[in-house]
Design a protein around this ligand. Structure first.
Ligand SMILES: NC(=O)c1ccc[n+]([C@@H]2O[C@H](COP(=O)([O-])OP(=O)(O)OC[C@H]3O[C@@H](n4cnc5c(N)ncnc54)[C@H](O)[C@@H]3O)[C@@H](O)[C@H]2O)c1
Length: 256
């Protein structure tokens, strides 16, 4: 294995969207650093992926993040793609969202993206690499119970633009992928059957995303094929953001 083989870091890679993304990059020949705060699960996940390493790291901790980047550089010597995927969700009404809950969500979903990107800049400058942040459709469409989650993800969309503007001079591209509902442990914890039915009613493609749907878009944005794309958000949401009122009524009329 030479030092010219490309390297991707994927945070939150022990399971779900992050694990699928790590597997996809590996299948395209990348060496991959799987980063997660769940040490035993990330070690298991990396054991199933060739040319990968597992790094236990809480992305909301500046010390953990600088150690994580150091470990990647010591192991692989370069960074070409950084996928800021790790995220947490807690859905509560505004009046029950205490400051600890607010901070817990902001510290991973927003602070983590800032810390990981900032720490990776020297290596990304060398490779003229790419960053993809995982937002959410909750960043652009407000809904009940997600005052902290939705706000954290809206901030990630704006942070993406800030980073793209500042890092463009170095040839570093920064984009954001905002998934609609994806069947993962995170979604299972916050989406009741009623929310899932309501979601499907509002989604033109009438289904959840697969983890592969998200991973493929992330991979595209990190690839040369997206070489002139930066500062953008792509919603991978089955058309949810595009739809206004009326879709359930149209479906009922068609007898679907
Ligand atoms: N599943 C969905 O419906 C959905 C929709 C929109 C956006 N997203 C976003 O996609 C991303 C991945 O979600 P998922 O559904 O795969 O979730 P998941 O809960 O299945 O996986 C998230 C992983 O991130 C890790 N993690 C959480 N906080 C961390 C921290 N501080 N440091 C390091 N690792 C941490 C967890 O241990 C876990 O392994 C998240 O940013 C989430 O907000 C998910």
């Amino acid at each position: 294995m030479t030092q010219t083989t490309q390297v991707a870091i994927v945070t939150g890679a022990a399971r779900g969207i992050g694990l699928a993304t790590a597997q996809l990059f590996q299948s395209h020949g990348y060496r991959v650093a799987l980063v997660d705060r769940d040490e035993s699960e990330v070690v298991k996940a990396a054991a199933g992926i060739e040319n990968s390493i597992a790094i236990a790291c809480d992305i909301s901790s500046p010390a953990d993040v600088s150690h994580m980047i150091e470990t990647v550089m010591n192991s692989f010597g370069r960074i070409d793609a950084l996928v800021n995927n790790a995220g947490v969700a807690e859905f509560k009404p505004l009046e029950e969202t205490d400051f600890d809950c607010w901070r817990k969500i902001m510290s991973t979903n927003l602070d983590g993206v800032f810390l990981c990107t900032q720490a990776a800049i020297p290596a990304l400058k060398e490779s003229r690499g790419a960053v993809v942040n995982i937002g959410s459709i909750s960043a652009v469409r407000a809904s009940t119970l997600r005052v902290a989650y939705g706000t954290s993800k809206a901030a990630v969309v704006h942070l993406t633009k800030q980073l793209a503007v500042e890092l463009g001079d170095y040839g570093i591209r920064v984009n954001c992928v905002s998934p609609g509902p994806v069947k993962t442990q995170l979604a299972a914890a916050v989406h009741s059957p009623e929310i899932i039915t309501a979601y499907y009613n509002g989604i033109p493609l009438n289904r959840s995303a697969t983890v592969g749907d998200i991973a493929e878009t992330v991979y595209f944005l990190c690839s040369e094929k997206a070489g002139y794309v930066t500062g953008q958000m792509i919603a991978v949401d089955g058309g949810f953001d595009a739809a206004g009122v009326g879709l359930p009524a149209l479906r009922a009329k068609r007898g679907q």
